[in-house]
Design a protein around this ligand. Structure first.
Ligand code: NAI
Ligand code: CS2
Length: 494
């Protein structure tokens, strides 16, 4: 039995200063924990949250309502030490998606009303990278996407996060209320600027003057968020039951948590720096560091590991060859591309990450991380790889990663096991595999032509493309262990 610390929730206040879009695992285990701690420590009850799901997650919304919005977060330092925190700061949950059995329309109006209340000063988001409807490489709004097309045609009943933000801001402006601050907490580069780009471009389809007002008046600070919170497994629920927690809405994560936020909140914010939130003038260096080192490593493990039928991050980093690959990737391919404030120790950061990945109390499935590669690769690998190549360096780990990702999108691992490819561009990938089959060179070149993912300078780098073709051949012909051992990936440049 682990050593358990139990922390009860504070009482609800009914004062909801925050609306959150994307009520998933991460919101419950990160932002909600910071808000709960802040409320308990400061006694300031103004920052309760109304949290909404826009698509998927209706069952969670219902279950949270049934539980009076109380749920638990289990923070594992390791198998032997866990903090069990009860959270009460989410005081309302809504579902605005299209599900006729579940109040379609009613909750959407309730959400928009909440966002146009003078109590609401902050709107936060964790809707995943694809929830912004931006081209991953360039950040242009996907106007042809059917949901965005819907929000352009019928802006009063929006279905996307940008559409909801635009409609709520229009209503606030109409009512003479100042705009709320919008804080993206998704793993995207310059996530505030990206959110602004989505909202401003969508608003421009409605009215150029209104769009210019948003650009001028609305604050979109950037943030870097970090806490490993895997999707819950039956095993996680069983472990919590052993601790006396029978809670369908519970989430399990690591004890580590970090939140770096650009300090630009015209309508105010919780004084959450007392609980460890780092309020800074410029988040970009921290965000790039995290995306390239942590998330880049995760994606390397995800595609290489999933191809070799490895289940979790823990299982993957327990292999010497994969942990050596990660170390090399972080120190030789990611770290040299970063411009960090003086005093940042990237070697120490890399070691901390390897330690966190080896947390034996988390079952972080590689297939979960592998999801939505099209939305993740530019910021995790490709921009950094291009910078290294332009500096004349080699990027063997990223090369292998890109080859593994292309092979992963086939939906069958190196041992013949099939799995679903969960990605907004999955149909494009399927067509490319069908068109090129065993012609690896043509297949790889066709993937590099997807300009929504690959920057032209990288796609045009003949040496890199050829290296990806060789890595793909090696992986498929010899398997992962031999590719790592023979391919010289680990030895090169050491
Ligand atoms: P989750 O699967 O538990 O929840 C996903 C959330 O995104 C749900 O609320 C879902 O309704 C919403 N969503 C998905 N597609 C959407 C779309 N097209 N439009 C609107 N909403 C959409 O995932 P989780 O763990 O909550 O992660 C969500 C995001 O949080 C990640 O994509 C990442 O950007 C960020 N994050 C997650 C971390 C983690 O360890 N879980 C850590 C750091 C950041
Ligand atoms: C992961 C991240 O799912 C993924 O792609 O790389 O969610 C990762 O767990 C978090 O960013 C950690 O903060």
């Amino acid at each position: 039995m682990p050593d358990v610390t139990r922390l009860p929730a504070a009482e609800p206040t009914g004062r909801l200063g925050i609306v959150h879009l994307g009520l998933g695992a991460f919101h419950r285990a990160h932002q909600a924990v910071y808000l709960e701690r802040y409320r308990q420590r400061s006694g300031d009850g103004a920052w309760g949250a109304c949290s909404a799901n826009l698509r998927g997650g209706v069952a969670l919304v219902d279950a949270l309502r049934d539980a009076g919005y109380r749920f638990h977060v289990a923070e594992y330092t390791d198998r032997d030490h866990v903090t069990l925190r009860e959270i009460g700061v989410i005081e309302e949950a809504l579902f605005t998606g299209r599900d006729p059995a579940h109040r379609w329309g009613r909750d959407l109006e309730a959400l928009l009303r909440r966002m146009t209340s003078s109590d609401t000063r902050l709107v936060t988001l964790t809707v995943t990278e694809k929830g912004y409807f931006l081209s991953p490489a360039e950040g242009a709004l996907l106007r042809d996407d059917p949901l965005i097309a819907h929000d352009i045609a019928q802006p009063q009943t929006p279905r996307t996060a940008p559409g909801i933000l635009v409609e709520a801001l229009a209503r606030r402006r109409e009512a003479g209320l100042p705009p709320f601050t919008v804080l993206s907490c998704d793993n995207m580069p310059n996530n505030g600027q990206r959110t602004r780009a989505a909202v401003v471009q969508l608003a421009a389809c409605r009215d150029a003057e209104f769009s210019a007002w948003i650009e001028r008046e609305v604050a979109f600070p950037c943030s870097m968020v970090d806490r490993i919170v895997p999707a819950m497994t039956q095993g996680d629920f069983a472990r919590l039951a052993e601790l006396g927690i029978d809670d369908p809405n519970a989430v399990v994560g690591e004890a580590f948590s970090q939140w770096v936020v650009e300090d630009h909140f015209p309508l105010g914010r919780p004084a959450w720096e007392v609980d460890g939130v780092e309020m800074v003038a410029d988040v970009a260096p921290f965000e790039t560091m995290k995306l390239r080192m942590l998330n880049g490593s995760h994606s390397l493990l995800a595609y290489l590991g999933a191809l070799d039928d490895i289940e979790t991050v823990f299982d993957a980093v327990s292999r010497d060859d994969l942990s050596a690959l990660l170390r090399r990737y972080m120190l030789r391919e990611a770290a040299p591309t970063l411009a960090m404030p003086a005093g940042t120790d990237l070697e120490r950061y890399a070691e901390q990450l390897l330690y966190r990945f080896a947390n034996d109390s988390l079952r972080h499935r590689l297939q979960q991380i592998a999801m939505d590669g099209s939305q993740k690769l530019p910021q995790r690998w490709l921009q950094g790889a291009l910078a290294r190549l332009e500096a004349g360096a080699e990027v063997p780990c990223t090369t292998l990663g890109v080859a593994a990702w292309i092979r992963y999108t086939l939906g069958v691992d190196l041992h013949g096991n099939a799995y679903p490819v969960d990605d907004p561009m999955a149909t494009t990938f399927k067509l490319l595999h069908e068109a090129h089959g065993e012609d690896i060179e043509a297949l790889v070149e066709a993937f590099f032509e997807i300009d929504a993912i690959f920057p032209p300078a990288l796609a045009g780098h003949a040496g890199f493309v050829a290296a990806v073709v060789s890595a793909y051949r090696c992986l498929t012909a010899h398997g992962l262990a031999d590719t790592l051992a023979w391919g010289g990936v680990l030895a090169r440049g050491q």
